[in-house]
Write a protein that binds this ligand. Structure first.
Ligand code: 0X9
Ligand code: CA
Ligand code: ZN
Length: 423
């Protein structure tokens, strides 16, 4: 990895995680709109503002007092729109009518998953792998031949929406389920992959968070755990049990932080659901979809020490990035999570890799940066983002099918922990 690129990534993802709170220490945050002109776009660029949406020729952004001053200094006229968003609770913003458009809410997803199962009952099985804190189902779709039977076939796991505001990460795995189910009859390549593997898809790991993001505050990230100090939410991608809470750089001990790790590893029903599904199966690869930054990240997240399996992780990762680029020409960077980016502890990919040594990826979907929309992907981009990811997804299924058939020496096994080695 080139240094310049590594630094750029750090910047991009730093922005991705460090989003504004509803009210910061320096005063209230407003939703404003500016005309979608070349000048306004130029002024917004580099200001670290969160783009909310573009509508009727205006760009809506979340801005603090300093941002308003900076905009005024650049003679960009803006309208304060906060009033057209009704407050759900003091200090929170609500866009009346919901803003999820073509994206799936929990109920919409539930309906679509049920229809998919009833249209293709022999290869689609809908499972509830857990229940969220607000009593929503955490759904997993199994796609395989003889779907009701637990066969001796390799498993591959695709998940979306650890983070509530990353709506595109629900759609990509959901569309994969649909493509596999609908392609089974007519597409021999799909059929062979489905026959020889068990593909598990969890499109919406964080249903409570997603609903909150749709109905109350678009930029919500965590689940909706009521923390002891009165704040809400645990970052599900800091709650897994490998190197959980190892340091305060990779996750936070503070409940109000965006990367709060929770009171203990697997304290959350969502991460427990993934743990139990994973440990009960025979998974040989896993991908966790997030947004944004167009990157394919592999372990470790908790340290920049290489895993010892970098050749495999990097090789497959680069292959996936290559396949993605051939579709729409968009390039996804590829590298080890911690050293290319920032350190995390308790994330999913470290856990699946740490406990079983299988290729495990975090794929950050488009856009590449906040100037291209950040967490807000246009509705008409959903299909294109899915289409570019499909070949990479199928490549991973093909990998598990081949790997499973290969000699036992190539099969993954538990890893030694680089931490324990020097103790
Ligand atoms: O911070 C995360 O959980 C992921 N990024 S996001 O902006 N979608 O929140 C990245 C997790 C990958 N792991 C590391 N970067 N260590
Ligand atoms: Ca099967
Ligand atoms: Zn994320």
């Amino acid at each position: 990895m080139k240094k310049r690129q590594a630094i750029l990534w750090g910047l991009l993802l730093g922005i991705g995680l460090g989003l504004p709170l509803v009210s910061g220490p320096d005063g209230p945050v407003e939703i404003i709109s500016v005309p979608a002109t070349v000048d306004a776009r130029r002024a917004l660029r580099g200001m670290d503002l969160d783009l909310l949406m573009e509508r009727d020729g205006r760009i809506f952004v979340v801005a603090g007092p300093d941002d308003l001053l900076r905009l005024s200094a650049r003679r960009i006229t803006f309208l304060i729109e906060t009033g057209s968003f009704t407050a759900a609770q003091p200090g929170e913003l609500r866009l009346a009518g919901g803003i999820n458009g073509a994206y799936h809410s929990y109920k919409e997803l539930e309906g679509d998953l049920e229809s998919l199962e009833s249209a293709h009952p022999s290869i689609v099985g809908l499972h509830t792998i857990g229940t969220s804190l607000e009593d929503r189902h955490i759904y997993a779709v199994k796609i395989s031949d003889n779907v009701d039977r637990d066969e001796e076939e390799p498993g591959v796991l695709f998940l979306g929406c650890h983070h509530a505001r990353e709506w595109i990460s629900v759609e990509v795995p959901l569309l994969l389920a649909r493509r596999l189910a609908e392609g089974y009859e007519g597409d021999p390549a799909i059929r062979e992959l489905v026959d020889r593997s068990e593909i598990w898809i969890v499109p919406l790991l964080n249903p409570d968070g997603l609903e909150y993001s749709i109905n109350v505050y678009r930029y919500w990230r965590k689940n909706r755990r009521a923390n002891a100090d009165g704040t809400f939410g645990v970052d599900l991608n800091r709650n897994y049990g490998y190197m959980w809470g190892r340091d305060n750089q990779g996750s936070s001990a503070w409940p109000d932080a965006e990367d709060y790790r929770g009171v203990s590893a697997f304290s959350e029903p969502e991460t427990r659901a993934v743990r139990d599904l994973f440990l009960g199966g025979n998974f040989l690869a896993a991908v966790s979809y997030h947004s944004y930054s167009q990157s394919i990240l592999y372990p470790w997240g908790f340290t920049d020490i290489p895993t010892g399996k970098d050749e495999l992780l990097r090789g497959l990762g680069l292959e996936m990035a290559g396949l993605i680029e051939t579709v729409n020409g968009r390039s996804y960077a590829c590298g080890p999570a911690a050293s290319s980016l920032y350190v995390t502890n308790g994330d999913l990919a470290d856990w699946t890799f740490g406990v079983s040594g299988i290729p495990s990826y975090t794929i950050e979907l488009p856009p590449v940066d906040i100037q291209h929309g950040g967490f807000f992907n246009a509705e008409d981009e959903i299909e294109g983002v899915f289409r570019e990811n499909l070949p990479a997804m199928l490549r991973l299924v093909e990998f598990v099918v081949r790997d499973f058939a290969g000699p036992p020496t190539t099969r993954p096994g538990p890893l030694t922990n680089p931490d324990q080695k020097d103790k």
